[in-house]
Design a protein around this ligand. Structure first.
Ligand code: ME8
Length: 641
């Protein structure tokens, strides 16, 4: 027997920094359908997914939740693995970037890059987007914000290690040119070359010192690995690269497909190949950047509060309804919109009407007219032959669609069998054949229909595996593990015992269900605790601000200003002068003798030429300003926290 060709497919590893929404399921469900299709089509498949558990964002979220980063990522790991189970995801391996073997290998990779001169130490100065864990230069920002997600960026200056990415620009372009399918769809290749490589590739900052939730660099442990290098390495560490047991690496690397969302194509087609070149490893065959699942006009995203909960949807409708929608409705490579209505309408049209009806009508007629046994086959007519050709031509079509990774086209092709078979029932009118006692023709018609269902269900197995299994159960046949049974029309033995059983899918009353879903969403919103703000500060951040009580011992107006007062404050043993913009609400006389709260470690500043050494805390609603004061007497200079 010849050895099976290998096929290594990966999803990105998911950030462990929030809960998961339907958009997150998109990449994983598509990869799952591709992986299942390839397995049935004779490949030895390795499907990898996992979680991206390090980084500043995770550390901040854990602090905000009052748990350790490890506890935090354990919780999210638990959540995502439950989600993949609910969606029937058939991954071969799940990697966590906190796994020991991964961390050790990332350290070895850094050591190797350092030893060969691909890494050097310098100072990073530039802009950082924490939610995207991305570095940007001033000129790359859009209106001062992150060009990827539009959120605030922070100016960072820190000692860092750099990867000599700039050395790889020419080799990258040459590689893209000689491998035109490497970046897909094609438009994304031009985007990479024109927007990122041609303007000049800068060396990449690949270590951080301002937090410690990451892989420590073995040669300088106050640095942790940049989370994107740590994350990208998962594709090879999971296979045993630089480890004692590297059999999987030898067998499966290079990857056949890294399927990723379009916003992270840049990391996968510039940083990742450059790192692989530095490590002298073969390039992955393809990086495909798919579009987004939109909710209204926005990318579905937890931070934008438009989350559709996949746990709720899978529990309510089952994995296959959600899988089918994601695989069929969103044109591959482009963005697609999610609405509850689109989900329900698509389910009713394709799964309830087309597929469900074909199976229930056929099994009901076999039961009614032939006591539940697949009848004998008579002579085929031209009409039968048309349907038979459609069935036998569909596997090559679906194979070609899946070569292009297009599940929507593959499903459209498979459903052509289903739709044509439903029409065939109307054309052949088995009930009339029964009435006329034409048992031979009736038997042939029902045999042809049973075979059509077998063909469609076999081809649907990678996409909606539970439904396919239920159909085969009704047909009294084992679920096929490959497409071998599609070589010939006529594979079903006559006499096979069929049973109708429950409907595959029940018709959904769309209006009523939409109301139910709205109610559920309201309930969920009421139960969901307010999300920590995007730019939430840590307790350490807060502790850098020194607040102290202070007594106003003198106060006067600042010359030529209607707004400013100059206050003299006693802060413990010290006297300070502070300028405050509260003249519209307070007279100097009123303030003398009052206790205020002072930000005592604010950098001194000159306001209208007058030195101000601190700031007093006030609340303002836009109309009035009131200063903050302790509820009871307390000595001046007391710490406030
Ligand atoms: O990017 N529509 O992780 P992630 C479609 N940790 N796909 C979506 C989506 C949406 N609305 N929202 C998210 C990361 N995704 C990194 C990857 S890999 C070395 C490191 C997709 O959890 C997104 O495009 O933010 C990506 O493919 C996947 O979910 C994980 O995103």
């Amino acid at each position: 027997m010849s050895k099976k060709p290998t096929y290594y497919i990966t999803t990105p590893i998911y950030y462990s920094s929030g809960s998961f929404h339907l958009g997150h399921c998109y990449t994983t469900v598509i990869c799952d359908a591709i992986a299942r299709f390839r397995r049935m089509d004779g490949y030895d498949v390795f499907y990898l997914t996992g979680t991206d558990e390090h980084g500043q964002k995770v550390q901040q979220k854990a602090e905000a939740a009052g748990v350790s980063p490890q506890q935090y990522v354990d919780g999210l790991y638990d959540q995502i693995t439950r989600l993949w189970k609910a969606l029937n995801i058939s991954y071969d391996k799940f990697i966590r970037t906190t796994d020991d073997y991964h961390e050790r290998t990332v350290q070895k990779i850094y050591e190797k890059l350092l030893a060969q001169g691909d890494i050097y130490k310098s100072t990073y100065e530039g802009w950082y987007c924490t939610p995207c864990e991305s570095f940007w230069t001033e000129s790359q920002l859009h209106d001062g914000k992150c060009p990827d997600c539009g959120r605030e960026v922070k100016l960072q200056k820190e000692e860092s290690y750099f990867f000599r990415l700039s050395n790889y620009a020419d080799r990258l372009i040459a590689f893209y040119e000689s491998h035109p399918d490497f970046i897909s769809p094609k438009s994304r290749m031009n985007e990479m070359i024109n927007n990122f490589i041609k303007p000049g590739l800068k060396d990449l900052c690949i270590s951080r010192t301002t937090f410690d939730w990451g892989v420590k660099l073995p040669f300088d442990p106050k640095h942790v690995a940049y989370v994107w290098v740590d994350a990208l390495a998962n594709y090879i560490t999971a296979l045993g690269y630089l480890q004692e047991d590297h059999a999987l690496f030898d067998k499966y690397w290079p990857a056949d497909l890294h399927l990723v969302g379009k916003e992270i194509v840049r990391f996968h087609t510039i940083v990742w190949p450059a790192l692989l070149m530095a490590l002298d490893l073969p390039m992955p065959k393809q990086v495909y950047g798919h579009g987004w699942l939109l909710f209204g006009n926005d990318k579905m995203s937890k931070s934008k509060g438009n989350v559709v909960d996949p746990f709720v949807l899978t529990a309510r409708y089952g994995a296959d309804v959600i899988r089918y929608f994601l695989l069929r409705e969103i044109p591959f490579g482009s963005d697609g919109t999610y609405t509850n209505e689109a989900l329900l309408t698509r389910t009713n049209a394709d799964l309830v009407n087309d597929l469900g009806n074909l199976v229930s009508r056929t099994t009901a007629m076999v039961t009614q007219y032939f006591g539940g046994q697949v009848p004998q086959l008579g002579e085929y007519t031209d009409l039968d032959r048309e349907l038979i050709s459609l069935c036998t031509e569909t596997l090559p079509r679906v194979r070609a669609d899946m070569e292009q990774l297009s599940a929507p086209d593959a499903l459209a092709d498979i459903f052509r069998i289903v739709q044509r078979a439903n029409k065939y029932i109307d054309e052949t009118m088995p009930w009339a054949l029964n009435k006329n006692g034409d048992t031979v023709r009736l038997g042939t018609v029902l045999y042809v229909l049973t075979e059509c269902i077998r063909f469609a269900a076999t081809l649907l197995t990678p996409f909606i595996p539970d439904t396919a299994a239920r159909i085969f159960d009704k047909l009294g046949m084992p679920l096929p593990h490959d497409f071998g049974g599609l070589a010939d029309f006529g594979g079903t033995p006559s006499g096979t015992a069929v049973h109708k059983g429950d409907n595959l899918f029940n018709r959904i009353d769309v209006d009523r269900e939409l109301q139910e879903l709205d109610k559920l969403a309201e309930q969920q919103a009421a139960e969901t605790p307010a999300q920590p703000q995007q730019d939430a500060i840590t307790i350490e951040d807060f502790s850098r601000i020194q607040l102290r009580t202070a007594e106003v011992i003198a106060c006067e107006k600042v010359a030529k200003s209607d707004k400013l007062l100059l206050l003299k404050l006693r802060v413990g043993d010290e006297v300070r002068q502070v300028v405050s913009g509260i003249a519209s609400c307070y007279t100097p006389e009123y303030l003398v003798g009052k206790t205020v709260v002072l930000v005592s470690n604010l950098k001194p500043a000159r306001i209208r030429g007058v030195e101000s050494n601190g700031m007093i805390l006030c609340a303002s609603d836009g109309k009035q300003i009131v200063f903050v004061t302790p509820e009871k007497d307390i000595p001046s200079g007391t710490t406030v926290r």
